[in-house]
Design a protein around this ligand. Structure first.
Ligand code: ADP
Ligand code: MG
Length: 241
């Protein structure tokens, strides 16, 4: 198991956003999380790397309990790559610098090693020729692929994606999903919040449907998306499909 979450709860004041989530993700598994807006999908993802501090429960990644106050969080987070809806690139740095800065600061890699790793990962997402561009010179889809390459440059053991294609023009979505599909094929462990049902159907090993801060239903994509058991899942799918 790479991710082991048990009894995870999160409240903001009196608002209970996650209610006792149990979730385990195996090495190499691709899990897609679907569900209506406000159901707690982003909060769940942010609790996996403790960007959000859980109110209850346990989060273990790669055998390290992140919810243990004695854990070196920065150390544990190095294994976890995250890609957001908004690409969050550093606007004042070139693409190459975006990919090398954390490698150098966090992992202590020398310039040459960091640049080699960066170029390898840009190549992996099909953007080798954009190393010297500035983020603003790229399309949204290209910026998101740079954000993926930046996360990959830290050699993560697991990648978290929070609606990575939701901010993109429709014609740019395919390239980003293509890169994610390729990562899945290479055996990357991935937890992906997405509204792309076709991607979930074709790429996920498992689909989770969340509603009201809990996992309502989960299983094989063909079952959860194609033949849901729960009324709430059916209602949601009827709206998005
Ligand atoms: P989703 O990603 O499924 O749309 P979120 O996890 O973003 O859902 O949000 C779940 C609920 O938690 C929403 O009601 C949202 O308004 C609330 N919420 C999320 N983050 C915060 C925060 N930092 N402070 C207060 N409420 C929050
Ligand atoms: Mg969200």
């Amino acid at each position: 198991m790479i991710i082991e979450i048990s009894g995870l709860g999160k409240s903001f004041g009196s608002l209970e956003v996650l209610r006792g989530i149990d979730l385990q993700v195996e090495r190499g598994e691709v899990v897609c999380v679907i569900g209506p807006s406000g159901s707690g999908k982003s909060t769940l993802l942010r609790c996996v790397n403790l960007l959000e501090e859980p109110s209850a429960g346990k989060v273990v990644v790669q055998g390290t309990e992140l919810t243990d106050p004695d854990t070196d969080l920065d150390g544990a987070r190095r294994h976890i790559g995250m890609v957001f809806q908004q690409f969050n690139l550093f606007a004042h740095l070139s693409v190459l610098e975006n990919l090398t800065v954390a490698q150098r600061k966090v992992l202590g890699r020398d310039k040459k090693t960091a640049e080699k790793t960066a170029r390898d990962n840009l190549d992996r997402v099909g953007l080798a020729e954009k190393a010297d561009s500035m983020p603003a010179q790229l399309s949204g889809g290209q910026q998101q692929r740079v954000a993926i390459a930046r996360a990959l440059s830290m050699n993560p053991k697991v990648m978290l994606f929070d609606e990575p294609t939701s901010a993109l023009d429709p014609e740019l979505v395919g390239d980003v999903l293509g890169v994610m599909r390729q990562l899945a094929d290479e055996g990357m462990t991935m937890l992906v919040v997405t509204h792309e049902m076709q991607f979930a159907r074709e790429v996920a090993d498992r689909v989770l449907f969340m509603d009201g801060g809990g996992i309502v239903e989960q299983g094989d994509p063909a079952d959860v998306i194609g033949n849901p058991k729960e009324e709430r899942t059916r209602t949601f799918l009827a709206r998005v499909l």
